[in-house]
Design a protein around this ligand. Structure first.
Ligand code: ADP
Length: 450
């Protein structure tokens, strides 16, 4: 055994846990795996060994598998996957035993000599990260994209694919386990209620994200939205925002021109574009803000984010916005539409998320079709007496009636922006969005005269 070898326990064998294990083994460390959801029978262990061997490029790997009665004090370091809450018994035991805790991200970026642009916020992270990468690709500036969007950073490191510039999307789940993560350029896009079931309070959710801003090194640049600065003062007191932090002002004429030049149709993308442009400028790219914004003109949005699936016969569009997993993002998408909207809402509602429509929003919504585990509760909470509503037990049931329901509202847009998590019926928002698109095509084709 090497003198500096430590014994790591990786909790969670999803994509990031496996990548962390592979990288640790590559670095000559000793690794054990454990997971509440996975029982390690022979076949599972063989598959994990093979996957991690492949990722690490080592050929053969020696891994330990810890069962239910794992003794955390047997290990030097506990590596937490993003899905593991701080209330997990092993995390508590590790705290008591003084076992160091870390994350895949911290491990991956240990000793990294390149620069990091880290982007967080409640909504718009993936879009902004992709916008930054889009602008840089026009500059022929090589960069890697990773974190919550795309490939785990440890996987990039393992496979020697990490460029000297990393554009990192970071979620509050990842940040909660990465107290030492620091990036030269940090972006905190916006803040709204989300993930209370995980963080316990809005304050804890905010602090997980804010730590990215407070860890920005001197000489680095932190870009935040005004509402984020306000939340910092509310949760941390006056003076919480250091003078070096840059509050991006969206209301100036320059900002609004930049946002509009860059993001055309979708108003919420104006903010994302504005932050993307400022982040690239902070990297020292020798172009004006206007030129940087113009290089986003051909940016195509991401799948499942306000994605137009098809037009309706006789007018109106059908839009897949499956990534809207909280009500704030549903509202954002609703604000992008001007004609009457048939809104499809439902799934697994997030704790504490207030789902209400303002008077102005109600004017534009002609029908709400609820579905899934929270359909009934959402309908009761929103109490839309003046709007046509229907409740369906599942998305499939809703889709079977969509053509019939929508026929009462010719020309209306159909917005699938569930405002809830997808886990009641689907694996994730991609799975849900793909199912929606498949079913839309099916039902529309069936009704069209051949
Ligand atoms: P994230 O990665 O943070 O989940 P995405 O870029 O994937 O964010 O966008 C998810 C959804 O959030 C979109 O479908 C849109 O409805 C909404 N959204 C995107 N950008 C913003 C923004 N700046 N402010 C509010 N909502 C937004």
């Amino acid at each position: 055994m090497r003198a500096q070898q430590k014994y790591y326990l990786v909790l969670g064998v999803g994509r990031s846990g496996c990548a962390a294990a592979a990288l640790l083994l590559q670095r000559g460390q000793r690794v054990a795996l454990c997971d509440d959801q996975v029982s390690f029978d022979e076949a599972v262990m063989a598959r994990l060994r093979q996957r991690i061997a492949q990722l690490s490029g080592l050929g053969v790997v020696e891994l330990d598998f810890a069962g239910a009665a794992v003794e955390v004090s047997d290990y030097d370091v506990l590596v937490l996957s993003p899905g593991v809450a701080l209330s997990h018994p092993l995390v508590r035991a590790a705290q008591q035993a003084g076992v160091l805790q870390t994350s895949e991200l911290e491990i991956a970026l240990q000793g990294y000599g390149g620069r990091v642009v880290a982007i967080t916020g409640t909504n718009g992270k993936s879009t902004t990260v992709s916008m930054v990468a889009h602008i840089l690709s026009k500059q022929q500036s090589p960069c890697s994209l990773g974190g919550n969007l795309g490939t785990p950073v440890a996987e990039l490191v393992c496979q020697r694919k990490l460029a000297a510039l990393l554009i990192l999307e970071v979620s509050s789940y990842q940040l909660e386990h990465s107290p030492r993560l620091s990036a030269q350029i940090t972006v905190f896009l916006n803040f709204a209620t989300d993930h209370l079931e995980r963080h316990g309070s809005l304050r804890a959710y905010f602090l997980a994200k804010w730590q990215l801003v407070s860890n920005t090194p001197s000489g680095g640049v932190a870009l935040i939205a005004r509402e984020v600065a306000e939340a910092a003062e509310r949760f941390l007191g006056a003076g919480a925002v250091a003078p070096s932090v840059c509050i991006v002002n969206e209301t100036t004429a320059e900002s609004s021109t930049l946002g509009q030049r860059a993001a055309q149709r979708l108003p919420h993308n104006h903010r994302n574009a504005l932050f993307a442009v400022h982040a690239v400028k902070a990297l020292g790219v020798p172009m004006s803000l206007v030129e940087l914004a113009d290089s986003l003109c051909d940016f195509r949005g991401l799948e499942h984010r306000f994605e137009v699936v098809m037009s309706r016969l006789g007018g109106g569009e059908i839009i897949n916005d499956s990534k809207a997993t909280n009500f704030a993002s549903t509202r954002t998408s609703l604000a992008c539409l001007t004609q009457p909207v048939i809104l499809l809402l439902g799934g697994a509602k997030k704790a504490g998320d207030e789902c209400t429509l303002t008077a102005a929003e109600k004017e534009r919504v002609c029908a709400v079709l609820y579905f899934g585990a929270s359909g009934q509760d959402l309908c009761a909470e929103m109490a839309l007496t003046e709007i046509y509503t229907r409740i369906f037990p599942s998305l499939t049931a809703l889709m079977a009636s969509l053509v019939y329901e929508a026929s009462a509202f010719p020309g209306a847009d159909i917005l699938f922006s569930p405002g809830c998590a997808s886990f009641d019926e689907f694996q994730n928002f991609e799975d849900r969005g793909n199912a929606f698109k498949r079913m839309v095509k099916q039902v529309i084709e069936e009704e069209s005269p051949s």
